[in-house]
Design a protein around this ligand. Structure first.
Ligand code: PLP
Length: 432
């Protein structure tokens, strides 16, 4: 069956914001519950012992390059700074090495986390009255939240059972065209998607690029989890595959370094749909918008990121090895607990085993509503995230997202066995 076309109307918007409040309240009321709700990176891999020396080295290098004393360099960088950022070379190099994104200092803008990069791009690309932002359904709430706040129409790209993602994209573009709507951008998390954990295969990436180029739709490729691959071959990034100049890569150090550093990036194509001037104009527009939004990304935080990138030799591949092993053990613990706890119910409950990232999803044979969330918290002391919170039409009511990044394997097993107890109780009571 074809999914219904869905829009972000007032009802959808307020449902999304009220469910998030509900979840925050639940988390506050049950601080001792084992929580799979938030995809935070594991703090044990933050390396505060590296921060001061790396930053000091950055200041020393900056002083030398600019003929300043280390003291004056600190003063200068404590000032307001260039809106596009001061560590563009360093970040562009890391993107080239670690993600094979063809980035360069000229094409990159340093932002306050990925969130700012995403917001600036969505606002710039979907600013016409007949614009829309294409998103997968479900998708990351940071992107839909920006569109909601700016009253930008959201359009779901949701494959029916017999469709590929690209088929669904084609269908959606046609439907929108009949309404006079022309989407400005397609927001995607191709590697270890939040919330589903899925990866888009190479064929679909290429077909999506062909189609977006044909319709002059910019692909916003968000990739916070791509470096956390547990097994299997990595798929080339959409930026690497892009032959048309239709991808903007959104980067972040929140998961590879630590979130409070609040540094991210946007890398623009060399030419936008074959037009080099248009690519520069778009980048300049984003820089101008940023100058009125956050003025510049904290130079203090940029110095820290720049220093750490040099300290780790330009790439974070070595730095993420240990956390990646840990997240893999967590994924294994989660799958083990689900397999054990749901024995005998495999025909009614299903889950995925992602090859990387922070999330997996579990599909239940009943609706996981607010009562279920409450019951899980009160009776089983466990919190999971209803998938409908990530949808733009309040669908996927039978699915939950499990974030396995910020607990250790023992807690994951304990928590998910409790979740399985809840699910089994519910299934028994329904069939009784
Ligand atoms: C898909 C996705 N994009 C962006 C972000 C936010 O990144 P940042 O902390 O750099 O703003 C997150 C954080 O959870 C995320 O899951």
């Amino acid at each position: 069956m074809m999914p219904n076309p869905v829009n972000a109307d007032e009802v959808g918007r307020s449902a999304r914001s009220s469910v998030m409040n509900f979840l925050n309240e639940i988390a506050q009321h049950f601080p001792d519950a084992i929580s799979f709700a938030s995809g935070r990176p594991a703090e044990r891999f933050f390396r505060p012992e590296d921060w001061a020396p790396a930053e000091a080295q950055f200041y020393a290098d900056y002083a030398k390059a600019n003929g300043l004393s280390a003291h004056s360099a600190r003063h200068r960088l404590a000032q307001y700074g260039a809106t596009a950022g001061i560590v563009r070379e360093e970040i562009a190099m890391q993107l080239r090495i670690d993600y094979r994104v063809p980035s360069s200092a000229e094409r990159l803008v340093v932002t306050v986390g990925c969130q700012e990069a995403m917001a600036l791009c969505i606002l710039a690309l979907c600013d016409k009255p007949n614009s829309a932002l294409l998103v997968r359904n479900p998708t990351y709430i940071g992107a839909t939240g920006v569109a909601d706040a700016a009253r930008i129409r959201l359009a779901a790209v949701e494959p029916a059972a017999d469709e590929t993602l690209d088929d669904a994209l084609a269908r959606r573009i046609d439907e929108l065209a009949r309404e006079g709507i022309s989407p400005g951008a397609f927001y995607l998390i191709p590697d270890f998607d939040n919330p589903t954990g899925e990866v888009i295969d190479r064929e679909n990436r290429e077909r999506i690029l062909d189609r977006c180029a044909r319709h002059r739709i910019v692909v916003l490729e968000d990739n916070p989890y791509g470096m956390f691959r547990f097994e299997g071959e990595s798929v080339p990034s959409m930026s690497e595959l892009d032959r048309y100049g239709c991808v903007i890569h959104l980067g972040t150090f929140s998961k590879t370094l630590f979130p409070s550093v609040r540094v991210g990036s946007a890398t623009f194509p060399e030419s936008l749909f074959g037009d080099a001037k248009a690519a520069i104009a778009l980048r300049d527009d984003i820089v101008e918008r940023k100058s009125f939004l956050t003025v510049n990304t904290s130079q203090h935080c940029q110095a820290l990121v720049g220093g750490l990138l040099r300290h780790y030799g330009g790439s974070l591949a070595g730095h993420v090895q240990e956390p990646t092993r840990f997240y893999r053990e967590n994924r294994d613990a989660a799958v083990r607990a689900l397999t054990y706890g749901l024995q005998g119910y495999e025909d009614r409950v299903s889950w995925n085993r992602p090859d990387g990232g922070f999330f997996l999803s579990v599909r239940l044979p009943f609706e996981f509503d607010d009562d279920a969330l409450h019951l899980c918290a009160t009776r089983h002391s466990v919190l999971v995230m209803p998938m409908r919170y990530f949808t733009i039409d309040d669908s996927r009511r039978d699915t939950v997202r499990i974030a396995f990044s910020n607990l250790d394997p023992e807690r994951i097993e304990e928590g998910l066995l409790r979740f399985c107890d809840f699910a089994v109780d519910r299934m028994r009571s329904v069939s009784a």
